[in-house]
Design a protein. Structure first.
Length: 189
């Protein structure tokens, strides 16, 4: 487990060679075709941009432990489009992101679930999670930006502007993101 955790740190630091090395070490610590081996091998495959192979590996792991956090988290990310839009399947992503959140109610997992609901245009569910994230992690302004986007999409432009003005008072760099979103919305009209 220590190797997989070390690999995760290297992934977060975007040090791919080290992440691959430690993911491989993690996989080799477990019996071939065990759940832990498969999940660690899928990490290596994802790091090597072998996404379809990783999906197959993760589906095998999922059959062994369908309620486990790591396999659901990885499949949720893949189907949310994290590894390319060719793999985007928002309904599959939701299945896995809901299960991952049920097992691990941390901020990152909740963010993925909230984003999944947003992408599915299930705005009440997305809003609930983004409100919670904004409360729990007020320093992460992305959550408040999303709240503004949800309000805008629901036609509550005044509330959207309130959220965005709160963000811009702290970090004016978000103006680009907000303007881009508004332009996208106007183009859809």
């Amino acid at each position: 487990m220590i190797y997989r955790n070390t690999a995760q740190v290297y992934m977060d630091m975007e040090l791919q060679d080290s992440a691959i090395h430690y993911s491989t070490l993690a996989a080799n610590c477990f019996e071939k075709d065990s759940y832990e081996h498969l999940v660690s091998m899928a990490d290596v495959q994802l790091l090597n941009d072998e996404v379809q192979v990783a999906i197959t590996t993760l589906e095998r792991a999922y059959k062994l432990k369908p309620k486990d956090m790591p396999v659901n988290n990885s499949l949720g990310l893949i189907y949310l489009g994290q590894y390319g839009y060719d793999f985007l399947d928002l309904e599959k992503a939701l299945l896995h992101n809901k299960q991952a959140f049920a097992m691990n109610r941390d901020g990152n997992t909740e963010y993925l679930l909230a984003r999944n609901y947003y992408e599915l245009e299930r705005f009440p569910e997305a809003e609930k999670h983004f409100k919670n994230l904004s409360k729990e992690y007020p320093e992460n302004l992305d959550h408040t930006v999303f709240l503004g986007m949800i309000k805008y999409k629901l036609g509550s432009n005044t509330e959207a502007e309130e959220h965005w003005n709160n963000v811009l008072a702290i970090n004016p760099d978000y103006q680009v993101v907000i303007d881009s979103f508004k332009e996208e919305m106007e183009a859809e009209l």
